[in-house]
Every structure is written in C-alpha cells, then in structure tokens.
Ligand binder design. Structure first.
Ligand SMILES: N[C@H](Cc1ccc(I)cc1)C(=O)NO
Ligand SMILES: [Zn+2]
Ligand SMILES: [Zn+2]
Length: 289
C-alpha cells in the first residue's frame, strides 16, 4: 500500500539533486551519433551507462550493476540492483529507455537528448544522491536502462515478461521517458492510460507534499507509448510522469534536432523529475535506518 513516512530522508535527498549533473549526463549521451538498438554506437552508449552506474555505486554493499543481453540484437539493457534489507523479494523499479532513433532514416544522427537521454540522466541523478547518502532500502530497488524501446518496447517487454514468469513481486514501476522539454503549464503530466490509477494518485500526493510549488496534470497517449506499457501489460503497477501534455511535447524527437539546445540548454525541467523520482523510490522502498 502507498504510505508516506520518510519525510526526513526524502527532504534531505531532494535537496541534493543538481541540475548540472543531469545536464552533463544528457550532454554525454547526446554526443553519440546515435543510440540506435542495432548500431555500434548504440552498444557503446549502453556500456557507457553501465560503467558510469558502476562508478557511482563504487563498493557500496548490496549494490550491483549488470547488462542484460538480448538475443535478437546487440544493444544490452542495463540494470542496477540495490538489495533490500528487510523484504528483498519486493522490488521497486525505476526505468527509462537508453536507445534513440532517427525516424526518417536510421543511419542519420539521433542525439536523443530529450528522448531519452533526459530520462536516463534523471535516473542517474537519483542513483547519485542515493549512493552519497546513508539510505538503506527495506525493499529491493532496480534502476533500469532499457534497450530497443523505439522499435516496439522490445527490451522492457523481455525484462517485464521475465519478471512475470519468475513470479517476481514488483510492487511499483516508475517510467521516465522525456523529462526535459517544458511544454505545458503543468510540471508533471501523469500518463493515465497503460498505468495504475492508485499509484498515479500516490505520485500526485508525493508531489503535493514534497514539491508543493509544482503542478500535476494528466495526459493520455492512446497506445503503449513507452516502457511503462510493458510492465502494465504484464500485470505490474506502472506510472509515467511525462514532460508535457501529449500535443505540447517535444516535436524534435526522432530527429537530429533533439538536442539540449532545443530545451534551453539546461536540465531545469528534468531536475523536477529527479526530485519526484527520488521521493517515489524512498517512499516505496522505505529506509531501514
Ligand atoms: N512515443 C513516445 C513519445 C511520447 C510519449 C508519451 C506521450 I503523452 C507523447 C509522446 C516515444 O517516442 N518514446 O520513445
Ligand atoms: Zn521516442
Ligand atoms: Zn522515449
């Protein structure tokens, strides 16, 4: 159930999130010619994320980083696992896809700064502040960078199906795909289809309590528009706070123009999502302090 009880830890960690570190990760990931699921740079980018998450984890006990290989293509997904200290079989997932695509021609540039370097950078910032704190999760947390989302949610489909087939107790999934283009009045736009209503309500409560100056709205995709749908379709509660309303979101995505400059050259909008995601992880996994 969705209780709010970790005020001190949440407020401390939210205060440590930094726009500059999110911006640096967006810059780094959008430097690759593309992160297409079948290109060499698509594999290199995934391995960069794995190495960086490994570096952030350092020698923290109970934390491991692995690539998940997919049979039908080269680009791996990346999973960082924090073992829970009390109920390790209960799993909280925070994810986003690491691939990019140029919708016109897959051999053209696809920097994917917003779609979805912004989501990976947001997740990475949550990892950074958690590692630097004394946070000790009661439940297990899995941070995930999914391969091959742009070609049919293929990486997350395999991973979500595996969790279902293994009877994994995934208690909540947060998807972060496009967090940095500030296109609407509302700061967080909770996608209302292919998601869990009760969990969406919890996220709105977290925002109201911990980020009272920010506004929460709702929007619809009308189809399985990102990896949250893979988890939803496998029976797990998923949510996706999105950058804007459907018709006000970033129109440069899937083109060579999806760059940081198109988003004001900063990560101010993504910073809000890193704070919300931090609150979600801490309140879902609870602190064993
Ligand atoms: N289709 C999604 C982008 C997308 C996601 C949600 C909404 I609302 C509008 C647009 C995509 O390209 N994900 O990689
Ligand atoms: Zn996309
Ligand atoms: Zn995306």
């Amino acid at each position: 159930n969705y209780q709010i009880s970790e005020d001190d830890m949440v407020r401390k960690l939210i205060g440590q999130t930094k726009e500059s570190s999110i911006r640096e990760t967006i810059q780094q990931l959008s430097r690759y010619h593309d992160r297409y699921y079948k290109s060499k740079t698509g594999v290199e980018a995934a391995n960069w994320i794995k190495d960086y998450w490994q570096k952030l984890a350092g020698d923290k006990t109970g934390v491991s980083v692995k690539t998940v290989d997919h049979n039908d293509w080269q680009q791996p997904s990346v999973v960082m696992t924090w073992q829970g200290s009390e109920t390790p079989d209960e799993i909280v997932v925070i994810g986003g896809h690491l691939d990019s695509i140029n919708g016109r021609n897959i051999s053209l540039k696809a920097p994917g700064a917003d779609d979805n370097a912004s989501g990976i950078a947001t997740i990475t910032e949550v990892i950074r502040v958690l590692v630097e704190s004394n946070f000790k999760p009661k439940k297990t947390i899995k941070f995930m960078g999914y391969a091959a989302e742009e070609v049919g949610l293929r990486g997350s489909s395999e991973i979500a199906r595996q969790h279902k087939n293994q009877g994994a107790k995934v208690v909540g999934v947060l998807q972060l795909d496009m967090t940095n283009y500030n296109g609407s009045q509302d700061d967080f736009n909770l996608v209302s289809d292919y998601t869990n209503d009760r969990q969406n309500k919890f996220i709105a409560e977290l925002s109201k309590k911990y980020l009272p100056q920010l506004k929460v709205g709702y929007t619809r995709c009308g189809y399985g528009c990102s990896d949250h749908a893979s988890w939803h379709n496998n029976g797990f509660p998923a949510s996706m706070p999105f950058e804007a309303k459907f018709n006000q979101s970033n129109r440069s995505i899937h083109t060579e123009r999806d760059t940081l400059d198109q988003m004001g050259g900063n990560a101010n909008h993504a910073l809000k999502f890193s704070k919300l995601a931090t609150a979600f992880v801490v309140e879902m996994a609870k602190h064993a302090g």
